[in-house]
Design a protein around this ligand. Structure first.
Ligand code: CDP
Length: 224
């Protein structure tokens, strides 16, 4: 099978990760969740309890080791060898990940890592800047969107499934909107649709429907 890069970008709750995982599995490609990397950096910062400055972030980046390992259940994110899959999805990480991922040094290090993991391979990579910055020549670029209502509903269900309670629909919606605003307005590689990306609104699509749409587009390119 032809090995291509499939870039899937979009805001929180648009369904990137769920679809990306399934498509990678179906194509026998590697799957890279770049958000997990920024989350791991955020966790490292939270554990150090230092001030949020670019010097503090540089010190962290220079001294941590982030690895992604494939597993039957998606990707295992490791911070200095420790599986942090669960911890990187905490409310606390959600709160700080956007400002931390806006830092230039953090972004440069993560983009370098992302490119080194996927270069020359068949890969489905999801994030905010994959089609615009990380792999501007990706063979297939998808930009997923969905209404804020649909996105908050999905995130609420995800939290409930993980046993995270205490946050209501309205609170989740406003947190997502705040993160969107931050991600879209930052100076370096903001969240935006690449000119040649195919936009799919997933508000009224099931996971199966949206996945099938992307998969069919990928197969068309792979078989060309
Ligand atoms: O799962 P969700 O869509 O909520 O977020 P995520 O994909 O895990 O990404 C978490 C945060 O990391 C985003 O809100 C961005 O601030 C940042 N991020 C980024 O800056 N660039 C990427 N390529 C991926 C994530």
């Amino acid at each position: 099978m032809k090995q291509i890069i499939i870039a899937i970008d979009g805001p929180a709750g648009s369904g990137k990760t769920s679809s990306a995982k399934i498509i990678a599995e179906k194509l026998d490609y590697i799957y890279i969740d770049t958000g997990a990397m920024y989350r791991a950096v955020t966790l490292a910062w939270l554990r150090k309890k230092t001030e949020l400055t670019s010097d503090a972030l540089k010190e962290i980046i220079d001294n941590i080791n982030i690895t992604l390992e494939p597993s039957s259940n998606g990707q295992i994110t490791k911070l200095n060898g420790e599986n942090v899959n669960k911890e990187i999805r905490s409310e606390e990480v959600d709160k700080y990940v956007s400002p931390i991922s806006a830092d230039k040094y953090v972004r440069e290090a993560m983009v370098k890592l992302q490119r080194s993991l996927a270069e020359g391979k068949g890969c489905v990579m999801d994030g905010r800047d994959i089609g615009t910055t990380v792999f501007p020549n990706a063979a297939l670029k998808i930009y997923l969107t969905a209404s804020i209502g649909a996105r908050a509903k999905r995130r609420l269900a995800e939290y409930e499934q993980k046993g995270i309670t205490g946050l209501g629909f309205d609170e989740i919606a406003s947190q997502i909107l705040e993160r969107d605003k931050f991600d879209s307005n930052r100076e370096i590689s903001p969240l935006s649709k690449a000119n040649d990306a195919i936009e799919i609104d997933t508000s009224n699509l099931t996971l199966e429907e949206q996945t099938e749409k992307i998969y069919n587009l990928a197969i068309e390119i792979i078989n060309k």
